[in-house]
Design a protein around this ligand. Structure first.
Ligand code: CP3
Length: 355
């Protein structure tokens, strides 16, 4: 394997010294880029991009080619590949988000779910990872990812996106045994899937717990964090002679940072509702932090974006352990020029915080 030419993302996750604060954007390959929309039209639809390693590689590279400031690539795929591999039949209705042909409703449904084999059932993702690694040729590290068991369970039980998670919450409180069985199967599936990605060439992994923050404090511990902890303890942490850092991102998890920092990961992703300087005081001795600009700031003019980047860098302060990112994914309406202004500002304004 080729040596990494830019490893500041991996170094910051391990709190090793860096020259400037590394930066990437959640959903950096996506609909705000005209070149992405062209590739999607060529492939036919979103899932065809994910399932064809050449297309997945093409769209992963698009933001890197446009923005030389990006310090990491992220595998182009989706968190819902796992429920699809469990036999639920994932499809996307234009403008309506993800849907499943089969919904999980009863204990019997859960008992019947298989644990997917990464090579046999999700081989297209493993092939995408190795294809992208080859194409990157050491330019920047590649991030692999998965959804958290709780976040995946919400889609599997609701049959798609939801505002109130009515069915999932009812199952949690009416039938905690069934919910625990589902989450346990998902934790086993995610562990095998992420280890497969690491062996195929992912150099860091992120677990997206997009809906963990929707739980009560007690339910979060029992139904989301416990399963992420289990996954982290089963992950391969060193590969190709380097540590493979793990990032946990619970959206709206700001109230629980201390316990998330105890789950065994190297870094926490922060949404924009917390102050990053305060988060550093609370957990910075244990983990690195990734985040946390409100993605809607990108609707503002470049000068305002730059000011907000400066404010977040100053709040974190001097030293390593910060990976700059948005607090959630970049939205389709953002002007690509504004994303460029954001990325440039991070490198230009952060040198003063590093020796
Ligand atoms: O960050 C990246 O660039 C990597 C790619 C990535 C996608 N989805 C591509 C995608 C990642 C990391 C995800 C994760 C994902 N998928 C999450 C967790 C992260 C988060 O955003 O909270 C979730 C909840 C999903 C499920 C999912 N996939 C939803 C709800 C949707 C519809 C969203 C929408 O805006 O319509 C998707 C589709 C999806 N995944 C798109 C992309 C680029 C848009 C599909 C399209 O091209 O039409």
């Amino acid at each position: 394997m080729t040596a990494l030419k830019n490893d500041r993302f991996l170094r910051a996750l391990l709190k090793q010294p860096v020259d400037v604060t590394p930066v990437w954007m959640m959903r950096q390959a996506g609909r705000y880029l005209p070149e992405y929309r062209a590739s999607r039209a060529k492939a036919g639809d979103f899932m065809s991009l994910c399932m064809n390693p050449q297309f997945a590689c093409e769209v992963t590279m698009q933001p890197l080619d446009r923005y030389p400031q990006l310090d990491a690539a992220i595998l182009f795929s989706d968190i819902l590949t796992i429920p699809d591999a469990m036999g639920q039949g994932l499809y996307f209705e234009t403008g309506e988000g993800p849907r499943f042909k089969k919904v999980v409703s009863t204990l019997a449904d859960i008992e019947a779910l298989p644990i997917p084999d990464p090579q046999k059932d999700l081989g297209y993702v493993m092939d995408a990872v190795s294809t992208i690694r080859r194409e990157l040729n050491g330019r920047v590290p590649l991030i692999g990812f998965s959804g958290s068991p709780w976040t995946l369970a919400t889609y599997m039980v609701e049959g798609g996106s939801s505002k109130d998670f009515r069915k999932t919450k009812a199952m949690l409180y009416d039938n905690p045994h069934a919910m625990h069985l589902l989450l346990d199967k998902l934790a086993q599936s995610v562990t095998a899937y992420l280890n497969g990605q690491i062996l195929a060439g992912a150099q860091a992994v992120q677990i997206f717990d997009t809906w963990g923050g929707n739980l009560s404090a007690a339910a979060y511990q029992e139904f989301s964090l416990a399963y992420m902890r289990k996954i982290v303890s089963g992950l391969i942490r060193e590969h190709e002679g380097r540590q493979v850092p793990v990032i946990l991102f619970t959206k709206n998890g700001g109230l629980w940072l201390e316990s998330i920092a105890d789950a065994g990961a190297d870094a926490l992703g922060l949404d924009w509702t917390c102050d990053i300087g305060n988060a550093r005081e609370r957990v910075g001795h244990k983990v690195a932090l990734q985040g946390n600009m409100d993605p809607t700031v990108l609707y503002a003019k470049p000068e305002a974006i730059r000011a907000e980047v400066g404010r977040i860098l100053a709040s974190y302060g001097k030293g390593s352990g910060h990976v700059f990112n948005l607090g959630h994914g970049i939205t389709p309406e953002v002007d690509p020029e504004h994303a460029g202004a954001f990325l440039r500002a991070v490198h230009e304004l952060s040198a003063q915080y590093h020796d």
